[in-house]
Design a binder for this molecule. Structure first.
Ligand SMILES: C[S@@+](CC[C@H](N)C(=O)[O-])C[C@H]1O[C@@H](n2cnc3c(N)ncnc32)[C@H](O)[C@@H]1O
Length: 236
């Protein structure tokens, strides 16, 4: 249901603003080795990383997202496997495996997230690293009634709403971007099962990896109680 044709079209040219910092950070870790992105999407990070001369492979479940990636410059050069990144369904070993923009949380059970860490560990070179960029769930605990509706855009002929509900017991976030216009209603649903950074660290330990670095962002800001996201680097 998520990451379909509509979402992929919207996502094609989306930029968050910290892409160059992310790419510089990842480039350093890849060194002279190759990289694998879990949930490569439309190549927001993979394409500029590959443009720096690094071999970047990808995995994604959504053919629609990969179709958009293929339309971008360099997008036809990358090897992308259609499949579930919890399985890491590739044969090579990588110096760098990374999953960004909360995509790890698209695995909706703790079991699948642990399985992902285990399969990543099996595909890392001995000096390889696994980088996870994800939200810090603290903001969810400030929501009123564990939910919100936010008006993203209000125009004369269309309204775009962000609708979110949080279940602290299951650590689930259900969200949809809802476009109401004369053409009708369009929904872009996405579900996430979030983990605190400490839970991710334990998943890494189960998979035989250890936390090496944790930053509050791609510019290597210190990670502290005000951090809204974390960039965590795991290795052996
Ligand atoms: C939020 S998008 C991020 C895309 C890209 N990494 C970026 O930062 O712009 C998440 C991507 O992960 C993919 N995805 C979600 N769950 C997946 C799974 N279990 N296996 C493979 N891909 C998955 C989606 O299809 C989507 O392309």
């Amino acid at each position: 249901m998520s990451f379909g044709v509509d979402y992929a079209r919207m996502d094609r040219d989306f930029q968050r603003g910290d892409e160059m910092a992310a790419v510089a950070f990842l480039e350093q870790l890849a060194g002279s080795g190759s990289a694998l992105e879990l949930g490569i999407g439309t190549g927001r990070i993979a394409l500029p990383l590959a443009a720096r001369g690094i071999r970047v492979d990808g995995i994604d479940l959504s053919q629609a997202m990969v179709d958009q990636l293929r339309t971008k410059p360099g997008g036809d050069q990358l090897s992308v496997t259609i499949g579930d990144f919890a399985d890491v369904p590739v044969s090579d070993a990588y110096r760098l495996i990374y999953v960004v923009f909360n995509s790890l949380f698209n695995l909706l059970t703790q079991e699948d997230q642990v399985r992902c860490f285990e399969n990543v560990a099996a595909h890392l070179t001995s000096d390889g690293t696994f980088v996870v960029e994800a939200l810090v769930p603290a903001f969810l605990y400030q929501l009123r009634n564990n939910q919100y509706v936010e008006a993203e855009t209000i125009e004369v002929d269309a309204v775009r709403l962000d609708v979110l509900r949080h279940d602290p017991a299951t650590q689930m976030i259900e969200e949809s971007h809802v476009l109401l216009s004369e053409a009708g209603v369009r929904l872009n649903p996405v579900a996430q099962r979030y983990s605190w950074p400490s839970e991710l660290d334990l998943m890494a330990r189960i998979a035989g990896l250890r936390l090496k670095q944790r930053w509050g962002g791609w510019h290597q800001e210190p990670f502290n109680s005000n951090s809204r996201l974390h960039v965590s680097v795991y290795g052996r």
